[in-house]
Design a protein around this ligand. Sequence first.
Ligand code: ADP
Ligand code: ZN
Ligand code: ZN
Length: 805
Amino acid sequence: MSKLYALVIVDVPAMQTNHPYTYLVPKQLHDQVAVGKRVIVGFGKGDRHVQGFIVDLREDLPTQAGVTLKEVQEVLDLEPVITQEGLQLSDWLADHTFAFKIRCLQVLLPNALKAAYSKTLKRLQPLDDPQIDELFGQSDEIDLAQLPAQFQNQIIHYRHQGKVEIIYHVKDKVAKKQVPAFKLLLTPEQLDQVAVSPRATKQLAMRDYLKTLEFAKLYLQKPAQEASGLTSADFRTAAKKGWLEQSQVEQYRDPYADKNITATKPLELTPDQNFAVKSVQAHIDQKDNRTFLLQGVTGSGKTEVYLQMMAYALKQGRQALMLVPEISLTPQMMRRVKGRFGDLVAVMHSGLSAGERYDEWRRIERKEARVVIGARSAIFAPLDNIGIIIMDEEHEASYKQDEMPRYHARDVALWRARYHHCPVVLGSATPSLESRARAMKNVYTWLTLPKRVNGQALPKVELIDMRNEGKYAPVPDISNTMLNAIKDRLIKGEQTVLLLNRRGYSSFVMCRECGYVLKCPNCDVSLTLHMDSHSMRCHYCGHEEAIPQTCDSCHSRKIRYYGTGTQKVEEQLQGLLPTARIIRMDVDTTRKKGAHERLLQAFGNKEADILLGTQMIAKGLDFPDVTLVGVLNADTALDLPDFRASERTFQLLTQVAGRAGRAQKAGQVLIQTYNPQHYAIQLAKGQDYERYFQTEMGFRHRVGYPPYYYTIQITASYDNEAAAAKKMFTIAGELGKILSPQAQILGPTPKAIMRIKNRYYYQLVIKYKHEPLLEDYLKGLLIQAQTEEKKGLKLVIDRDPLNFI
Ligand code: ADP
Ligand code: ZN
Ligand code: ZN
């Protein structure tokens, strides 16, 4: 046989290149290597073993003839873990986001394969090879690590014939929860016959209760205790008497399995909805990768439109991929998608354990799941025949990943749609300026849902001018007008949602004598007060210390808390309304797995009158009894040094206003603000996206920002400030030589928060329209910067950055 060479992208920190290295494939591995599999290869002088991905196989030596090549040491996978599509996608990702190819391949790798796992080999039918069959012995599953090397090729062969299967056993870091359960050992008739002393009241009660249950069926003990009023001791006694058998069962790995999801049927569409669905269907039929912007006001029934588009793709034998922002992947949204497509749905989000993710990934791979819904990284789901990609709330900043590869899920969606020849639907009530501008130029097809489905008008929004009302407010963050409106809902038995905008905002400690603010010793930010742990914490590095009693600087005791935390507002509100039932939702109350959905469910069941929370309550919630939405502090994000500050404020206020009056009862929205004249707040009041779009586009045009210009941000950091600044000035100088006069460099400047974890950050932003030399320069910069990593440099290149702070 002729020679075989593998082109491998290797994983060697600080020595990344986007060129593959060539390795010789030894004869005995010829049958095992394949494009998309991971291998172990030797690297460098010490020939240390590193992992890599095979991106190509050749029979002729591609380059460097005459050089002695190292050999592939080991093939890690029995089947490729990266598909052909994945290889092409990673090439594009590396190029487009200025990333190392190895990082792009890794982002495509299913999470489960990054976690710790072991592999077993499962025999699906007899293998007619006595030696191999003997390995299995009595069982049908053996540990793959025990498989002697000489059988490897034969096993691959069996795998292709479908005679064996490789199973990954993901080691779940989250220990699976065991809960007590029981089943009846006696039938109701038999229970009647057991002797119980008339004085043993508990046992009598137990017997009566058990008679209401089904024989031999497995029941969870906790709900049974609640239903019967009996204790776990009573159940133990019953077990001792042989009435029932106790056991421990695993808590469901499917986090939605016990949620009692009821199946739903497609609704009859309104004419606007129908037009949108039909338009997209035509492009599914034609296998055309058209992009649509579906702009629908809050409550206009966008989700129903998504569901029917997805159903159509499935009917055509294709698959559907739906992206939602992490924080709107709420139980409500899940219920709607699972209610329509049932077991065909795979869910991917960060709340799942490694094992749960692996299960979902396997279901997609086996084609049991044909609908995938998930947050950002779900865009890489291994679907092979996508018929539609939907991206809800397309304006959300969380679609951009803020570590390498710094991709925007929208760009990946458009790439995959080209590959699969399918339409993309970008949905929002408040589209990003970029997308809306593209719709105006007919790059995207614009679809609108201008009216709410229930015929209700958009809720009435009123501004409360805190410059006046603040003076008379009963507590600093809640004005009389707001308080009276909440009281009114309490009397009527209706619900209130209160938003505390926390972006760029925190409760900090300041000395009233000298103005000293307690700051993190490692970062340039003030420490945040946390009442639950009675400590001061840094949100950037996690540093934690005690709440000070005296000022560090002047030793005065007049040190007090400023700013607003959700906890503090909750306390104040409870003080004003002692009987109100309040649910607080913020990072502290939602840290535990499942807490987010438990709180929302409780609110949905009307176990509370008021839902008080941060941004996470602004999206996607659909509660019919919410008639009042209050925003306590509309302005906090307006002054941030970011040209999108006003866009984000407008979007947030419009989204949260949309939570009110979604069913029969009309809604009211009250916004407390210190900047009632600001255009973002004025136009959010009118929920007037069109005028907002015009105004903001005018501003962007005047100052030369996206969507009129492209932007690229470069950030350098070192553990000393002068080195960081010097690096950025060097880069700015080099850029000056290659950029045309049409481009602009903003900076270099220290970042708004210059120091984090004792590293100093300097940045510059390039604004440009067309710069032929720029891409190559930046790619070179990325590779070259690695040589300075030993000296402590970290360099980041971010195309279309969403965060300038
Ligand atoms: P959006 O996502 O645009 O804010 P939703 O999809 O949440 O709006 O829809 C708002 C409400 O209207 C939901 O309760 C939904 O079930 C209902 N709805 C949507 N479409 C229809 C329809 N065609 N007929 C009746 N009700 C509908
Ligand atoms: Zn810190
Ligand atoms: Zn002081």
